[in-house]
Design a protein around this ligand. Structure first.
Ligand SMILES: [Zn+2]
Length: 88
């Protein structure tokens, strides 16, 4: 009797493939590369910025064509957006 071959018997990690921590991403606003800490074990730098009500932040994130930035913004851009939103 032949044992069934076991494809997963080679020590392959059960964790799904994920982006490496702090992989550079392109800013949605200016296109410059920066590191997003969303996948890091420590909180992203963006959590240090003042939190705004979602509606207010969405308003500030709205582009001239009405689209809202879907991705992350680099530190300077996010600071500018937050500052603009804080002003109202
Ligand atoms: Zn930017």
């Amino acid at each position: 009797m032949t044992p069934m071959p076991r494809a997963n018997d080679t020590g392959i990690s059960a964790h799904p493939a994920a982006a490496p921590p702090s992989a550079p991403v392109a800013c949605e606003r200016c296109g410059s590369a920066f590191a997003c800490g969303m996948n890091d074990t420590v909180p992203c730098w963006c959590t240090a910025l003042p939190a705004l009500p979602r509606e207010q932040l969405t308003q500030a994130m709205r582009q001239t064509d009405g689209q809202v930035y879907a991705g992350c913004l680099c530190p300077p851009c996010l600071s500018a957006v937050v500052a603009a939103a804080a002003r109202g």
